[in-house]
Write a protein of this length. Sequence first.
Length: 117
Amino acid sequence: MKKLNESYVEEKKSKFYGYLYFIESLDEINSILDMLRVEHKKCKHIVYAYKIGNYVKKYEDKEPSNSAGKPILDVIEQKKLDNVLIIVVRYFGGTLLGRGLLTRTYRKCTSLLVEQK
């Protein structure tokens, strides 16, 4: 596993921390997630998507359906990335963002990771 990039977006006091990793096996994913869960103990959501060859997955972590993991996976597919894991950690800021703004913010945080790579 190799961390390639980080990003940060703030929207209505919610904080989104993005992480882009190069991975070669599914086994690496759990160790990265465990590490981030320790580092971000007080976060509300840890959402992610990955693609390793034919293995593709998105995870919403109790965010509204297709508002978090799907925009991350969409960026992975649009940029034709492979062997990547993208994780976005969200700290809730006290204001509900609504599905549209939430989806756009996850996409923005993910796009910043990929564009800066």
